[in-house]
Design a protein around this ligand. Structure first.
Ligand SMILES: [Zn+2]
Length: 391
């Protein structure tokens, strides 16, 4: 399928390639300095990486302080392959196509009810289109990763509370149809990988996602922590109100029955006695300082804060990224939540708005594709975040 000539599983090659992919440009001498490999070894590895289309030379850099020849700079051959990411929730499918450096080729969102009947075709159509379009590209499609708003374990979807994807072997079916290796991962886990790929400073990150459900992705010492059965970070199913609203997980009073965006909209409709109200109406009512809406949002913030502190208490992260449409529209809630934390032992944990918003899980899926394809441990994107968020 792919015209990859040599495997790059060999350790030193991986080391060299990770240094190249994590920087916009780098010289052989610099690689030698960073990896501790001698210059001859680096040159030989680079020669093979260039021959196999992983890396290209981009011309001379600045001369060193001691004068002498200007070093030839190297960069990853970003156009040698493409990555495909999907994000699948019960009411929407979105996808992101990028080159190997994360540069966007296409980003599309389709509002649509998703179920086990239509998901395979929706994904296959996109994959086949790009397979044909990039037929002449050295590596073609380097990977397809699907973000699932539910629990995922060992390539199977274990639990999708609001739609029936857990009834099919999605990966098996798609691999057979497309002939490609397909990866799946939980949405919050992928969001955490994405935040980590853009945040070079922190190594212990929690990404707290609140959309149709609630989940947290946990990065510990630069590694994603999944738990034994893929259920780490299932904070949406921690109990907020014993004997409260029944949850599809089997418990009652779970956080996501009160604080997911879906739950908040539902509550707003009940409050106003109008089942047709939408998310935008809720935001309008808040900005118009409608008193019952303000009270509802204040209660939401208190509940959300409890969920947040439960996660922080479990994983003790350096920083928490919050990924929620509601908090994106009402950013002052972040300050309020930070104020709640300031009254507790968690006062030093900074809360930040997600860097990537609704594209987070898609970029996380791109990270998975790159890691699997290049056999590198970590991926850092050297992209301007504003450029990433351009649609
Ligand atoms: Zn639950």
């Amino acid at each position: 399928m792919f015209r990859m000539k040599n495997s790059i599983r060999e350790n030193n090659s991986i080391l060299v390639l990770s240094e190249i992919i994590n920087r916009p440009e780098i010289s052989r001498a610099m690689i030698s300095e960073l990896t501790g490999l001698n210059k001859a070894t680096v040159s030989e590895i680079v020669r093979r990486l260039i021959e196999d289309d992983y890396v290209i030379e981009i011309g001379p850099g600045k001369s060193t302080s001691s004068g002498g020849r200007r070093p030839i700079l190297l960069t990853v051959n970003k156009k040698a392959g493409i990555s495909i990411s999907f994000d699948v929730r019960y009411d929407r499918i979105s996808y992101l196509i990028t080159f190997l450096d994360g540069e966007k080729i296409e980003y599309t969102i389709e509002e649509k009810n998703i179920d086990k009947e239509n998901i395979v075709d929706l994904i296959t159509v996109v994959v086949e289109k790009y397979k044909a379009e990039y037929l002449d590209c050295p590596f073609g499609i380097i990977g397809v990763t699907i973000s699932i708003h539910g629990i995922v374990h060992e390539k199977q979807i274990d639990f999708t509370p609001y739609f029936n994807l857990d009834e099919i072997d999605l990966v098996g079916i798609l691999e057979e149809k497309t002939g490609l290796t397909i990866h799946i991962e939980n949405e919050a886990n992928l969001s955490a990988l994405a935040e980590a790929a853009f945040d070079y400073e922190h190594h212990n990150i929690v990404s707290f996602s609140a959309h149709t459900g609630i989940g947290a992705g946990v990065i510990m010492n630069d590694q994603l922590y999944r738990g034994f059965r893929g259920k780490s970070g299932e904070v949406g199913h921690t109990v907020l109100y014993p004997n409260g609203t029944a949850c599809p997980c089997g418990n009652q009073g779970c956080l996501e029955q009160y604080c997911s965006t879906t739950a908040v909209i539902k509550k707003f409709r009940l409050l106003k006695g109008n089942p047709d109200l939408m998310f935008e109406d809720l935001i309008d009512a808040y900005h118009q300082k409608d008193s019952s809406t303000l009270n509802m949002i204040l209660q939401f913030a208190k509940d959300f804060g409890i969920g947040l502190m439960n996660v922080i208490g479990n994983y003790d992260p350096e920083v928490v990224y919050i990924n929620s449409e509601l908090l994106e529209e009402i950013p002052e809630l972040i300050s309020l939540l930070q104020h709640y934390l300031s009254m507790t032992i968690y006062k030093k944990v900074p809360l930040k708005q997600s860097l990537l918003g609704r594209q987070a899980s898609l970029y996380g899926a791109t990270v998975v594709n790159l890691k699997e394809f290049l056999h590198v441990d970590n991926v850092e994107f050297n992209m301007n975040i504003e450029k990433v968020l351009e649609v």
